[in-house]
Design a protein around this ligand. Structure first.
Ligand code: NAD
Ligand code: LMR
Length: 341
């Protein structure tokens, strides 16, 4: 174990919902290992669960304590929103129903949208006004939009949805295709929704090999594969995992959560951007409506900056239109669920 060396820095309060579930179980252990904010930042970790999962919650906490992770200054477990979110600096909202074989993520809207209304309201009441929120529970983008909507006292820029898993998947597929190290593949963009309409775009992507930076398009030299088979493989990876595992991705999702929060709060590397679902402000890329859309982003000092100015050709524009259309439909469906409650 690393020992925390900057013990003068106040501990950061992190809350994980659904902490005893499939992803939560993997995630809380990664957090204990220092994957969120590095090995020197102490954390007060709160695990929030449903009353019916109380035993699994207690068992998860027992194991977490048995790991004796030095950075975990305190480990708390609760089934109450007030205790779960009080003073929270980072909220990772995982707790929600996962899809099964043959379902689309948006089929979960009716079941999950209410959870995010309640959690938005609870964050608004109890969390730090500068809380950084990452929504993982599906459909993640629309749930993030709902959470933000019901937490009006927290800036919209503090709410994000996880599309880093899609980015990591895309990076790994390209690394295998061109026989490169995965960390040398940079700047693939995931545009739009964490769903089968998402667009994994390699137009800005590069691969560093033997000290030389080359474009992915140049190296792969097969635009048909890049625009079709590759995009589809990334978009349908979650479904393919469900078919094989009979459960949705867990460790890879937890790992992507750590990458997302780490880059948001510690900062992105020079010359590298990452994909995050952020809430549109009516101006970004000309998107007038408020949706949670995944864009290329850079982060510094805990602030996310969406990289603007990439020009889209006809193919890119049609892919963006499709994913935006789906997000608008999801928004309408979700609002009808949470408003009619
Ligand atoms: P799971 O069923 O194994 O675990 C979910 C846990 O959440 C359960 O323990 C449940 O008791 C808890 N829970 C439910 N409602 C809650 C609430 N209101 N408050 C607190 N806890 C609550 O599911 P999982 O495999 O861990 O997946 C969780 C969610 O994450 C699903 O919606 C899944 O589709 C989604 N997911 C998203 C991504 C992504 O990249 N965005 C990746 C994988 C999974
Ligand atoms: C994933 O991408 O693995 C998750 O969103 C789970 C799912 O339903 O595909």
């Amino acid at each position: 174990h690393f020992k925390p060396s900057n013990i003068n820095t106040p501990p950061v309060r992190v809350t994980v919902t659904g902490a005893a579930g499939n992803i939560g179980y993997a995630l809380v252990h990664m957090i204990g290992q220092g994957r969120l904010l590095g090995p020197n930042q102490q954390i007060i970790l709160t695990l929030l669960e449903l009353p019916m999962a109380k035993d699994q919650l207690e068992g998860t906490m027992m194991e977490l304590r048995d790991c004796a992770f030095p950075i975990l200054k305190e480990i708390k477990g609760t089934t109450q929103y007030d205790q779960g979110f009080m003073g929270c600096d980072i909220a990772i909202l995982v707790g929600a129903k996962p899809r099964g074989p043959g379902m689309e993520r948006k089929d979960l809207l009716a079941a999950n949208a209410r959870i995010f209304k309640e959690q938005g309201e609870a964050l608004d009441k109890y969390a730090s006004k500068n809380v950084k929120v990452l929504v993982v529970g599906n459909p993640a983008n629309t749930n993030a939009l709902i959470t933000a909507h019901f937490a009006p006292s927290i800036p919209k820029t503090n709410f994000t949805a996880l599309t880093r898993l899609d980015q990591n998947r895309a990076q790994s597929i390209i690394a295998q295709r061109v026989s490169a190290n995965v960390e040398d593949v940079r700047n693939i963009i995931i545009w739009g929704n964490h769903s089968t309409t998402q667009f994994a775009d390699v137009s800005q992507a590069t691969v560093q090999q033997n000290g030389i930076s080359q474009t992915v398009r140049g190296l792969v030299a097969d635009d048909t594969w890049l625009q079709k088979a590759f995009v589809e493989q990334v978009a349908k990876r979650g479904g393919a995992i469900i078919e094989k595992r009979k459960a949705s991705s867990a460790a890879s999702a937890a790992s992507a959560v750590c990458d997302h929060i780490h880059d948001w709060l510690i900062g992105t590397d020079n010359g590298t951007f990452v994909s995050m679902g952020v809430i549109t402000d009516g101006k970004l890329y000309g998107i007038k409506e408020q949706v949670c859309f995944s864009f290329p982003c850079v982060c510094k000092d805990g602030n996310i900056k969406v990289l603007e100015g990439f020009q889209w050709d006809q193919f890119q524009q049609s892919m963006i239109n499709k994913t935006l259309k789906e997000l608008l439909e999801e928004k309408e469906m979700a609002m009808s669920v949470v408003v009619s409650k």
